[in-house]
Design a protein. Structure first.
Ligand code: NAP
Length: 541
């Protein structure tokens, strides 16, 4: 299947899809190499996740000092974040500031969706078409489309019949939404739903939260950052830049508690208390690695968090039953940071529907109908129902590799990649934040995105220096990566819990842990080894 021949054609060395954290840096790196490169972005501005997710309360869970670019020390020092975990508007402003400082926008085509990307075997180049009716002919295609960028918008029958306003959090209107005094439904209590609920609880008239799977949480400690604080982080620039590449999850912190077996229960509790008070993801990603493997350790840590949650819910039996997880272990889901989330449920204007008992059946003109026949009337329905994670960004484009093979069809059977950056059968196609690379809190996103962009750039540079025009992972290397990934994943309890990490939130999606869980340092070592050895797992011609 080839793209229509009569469209205007733009000829490039490289096309980058996406102008978020990864796409901006990829554009910069390839342009720096002297390539004729252009980025294509569906949105009207830069930012990716930070452009689209404008819902109330959106903010990141990585400390500002490490949610950074590392390629320019002066740039790092010049932008001063206002607090430890800045909210979406500040992060969007930061990415615009970076793009302007690097003069990137002139090479980004906004409001442009790539509909198809076909590898043309005659030319050994990629043939792209945009929804707007343009053709792009590029030697390299680099997909910087995000891990969590394909929102699950059509979730319930009857959605279009709703007479009020229905919104997915990832497609929040730029002009905002007035929720004052309204009857609002929130569906979903993942990291997004939690941020929405805690933020709008004082503004709405009445809020009903539709809760299916409860979440463990950690209270966020979010102090303001002064100029002096930021100067202090600036002094650590070189050390932090190296450190984040080597820790378990790409953060400043790493597992540093003594082995679980060597501590008394009181000593373990003291470690958990210290990390709980830190108000970051360190309780999950730098306490006891044993919690990922050992059911007994997992249960102790889980019970520690449940106890904290029970206290905050004032031991209300119905709320504790609804909101405190008991059937999976702490940290086998993505753990959200929150601020006043549980207290929302203690308010008189906040109600709940237990979707485990009465699932949502359909959306009707007045509101939401549950399986018991009740119609819950609303003015606004907020769907915080998540994403087709990892694979969805790529499979929503009609990507065809050698022999016309379809990535969508192949990934409906099995999701596979080589180190999350290339796919056998799709020459010269590179991607960041893709399945089987560390991602989304199992890697601080800016850490892994930049390392992947650097790897992709070096790989392209290497191939060009060798006089090769095409590079693709061998089937053997991809098999070996998938096997290593699965072996690592299957030792953990994460694979036993349903969530987007396992693809279980999308019906029919093949089950596999979408993020590499062998550690960011370990991942980068393996990527670096491939490069240092001349890419033995990749065929170049
Ligand atoms: P999510 O974690 O997939 O959560 C979706 C929620 O919707 C779940 O509670 C899910 O319940 C619920 N849901 C879906 N279909 C439903 C149905 N038919 N009925 C009732 N409930 C339903 O999605 P997310 O909250 O958007 O978060 C995705 C990821 O984005 C996070 O894990 C995180 O990596 C990232 N994120 C990060 C931040 C941050 O940095 N602070 C903030 C937001 C998001 P079930 O679990 O029962 O399916």
């Amino acid at each position: 299947m080839n793209a229509p021949r009569d469209l205007p054609v733009t000829r490039l060395d490289a096309a980058v899809i996406g102008a978020g954290v990864a796409g901006l840096y990829q554009l910069h790196r390839l342009r720096e190499m002297g390539l004729n490169v252009r980025a294509y972005e569906t949105g009207s501005g830069v930012g990716g996740t930070w452009y689209w997710n404008r819902y109330p309360g959106a903010r990141f869970d990585s400390q500002a000092e490490i949610y950074q670019y590392w390629f320019d020390e002066a740039m790092y020092k010049a932008w001063q974040p206002s607090e430890r975990f800045p909210a979406q508007p500040e992060t969007e402003r930061w990415l615009n500031w970076v793009a302007d400082r690097m003069d990137l926008k002139k090479d980004i085509q906004f409001d442009t969706r790539i509909d198809s990307a076909h590898f043309n075997e005659a030319t050994q180049r990629w043939d792209l078409t945009t929804r707007q009716g343009e053709r792009i002919d590029a030697q390299y295609l680099v997909c910087c489309m995000g891990m969590l960028s394909a929102p699950l918008t059509d979730r319930f029958p009857g959605q279009s019949s709703f007479q009020g306003q229905i919104l997915h959090t990832a497609l929040w209107p730029q002009e905002g939404v007035d929720l004052k005094g309204k009857r609002v439904a929130v569906i979903g209590t993942g990291a997004t739903g939690i941020q929405v609920i805690q933020t709008i609880k004082g503004e709405v008239g009445e809020m009903t939260v539709f809760v299916r799977t409860p979440q463990y949480i950690i209270p966020m400690r979010n102090p303001k950052y002064s100029a002096a604080d930021w100067a202090g982080w600036g002094e650590r620039f070189h050390e932090l830049k190296q450190r984040v590449r080597s820790t378990f999850a790409g953060f400043d912190y790493d597992f540093d508690a003594p082995p679980w077996d060597t501590l008394t229960p009181a000593e373990r509790e003291a470690v958990l208390e210290r990390l709980w008070d830190d108000g970051s993801l360190s309780l999950w990603l730098s306490s006891f690695p044993e919690m990922f493997f050992d059911e007994a350790v997992s249960e102790v840590v889980s019970e520690f968090v449940r106890r904290k949650m029970r206290d905050r819910l004032q031991h209300d039996p119905a709320l504790c039953e609804l909101l405190i997880p008991t059937d999976y272990g702490f940290g086998t889901h993505r753990v959200p940071l929150e601020n006043g989330y549980l207290e929302a449920y203690l308010q008189d204007n906040v109600h709940t529907v237990n979707c485990r008992q009465t699932p949502i059946e359909r959306i009707v003109p007045e509101g939401i109908q549950t399986a018991d026949g009740t119609v819950h009337p609303f003015d606004v329905i907020i769907m915080a129902v998540g994403f087709d994670a990892g694979s969805g960004a790529l499979t929503r484009v009609d990507i065809r590799g050698r022999g016309g093979r379809s990535l969508k069809e192949e990934w409906q059977r099995e999701i596979r990649t080589a180190m999350g950056m290339q796919i056998h059968g799709y020459p010269n196609l590179f991607s960041t934040a893709s399945p089987l690379a560390p991602t989304a809190a199992l890697c601080n996103m800016t850490t892994c995105l930049q390392a992947q962009v650097d790897w992709v750039t070096d790989c392209i540079a290497y191939a060009r220096a060798q006089g090769k025009t095409v590079i693709e992972p061998t089937r053997e290397f991809e098999d070996a990566w998938v096997a290593h990934h699965d072996e690592t994943a299957n030792q953990t309890l994460v694979v036993k819990t349903d969530s987007w990490y396992m693809g279980s939130n999308v019906e029919g999606k093949p089950r596999r842990l979408l993020s590499y869980i062998g550690g960011v340092g370990n991942y980068h070592r393996q990527c670096d080894e491939q490069a240092a050895q001349g890419y033995p797992g990749f065929a170049m011609r």
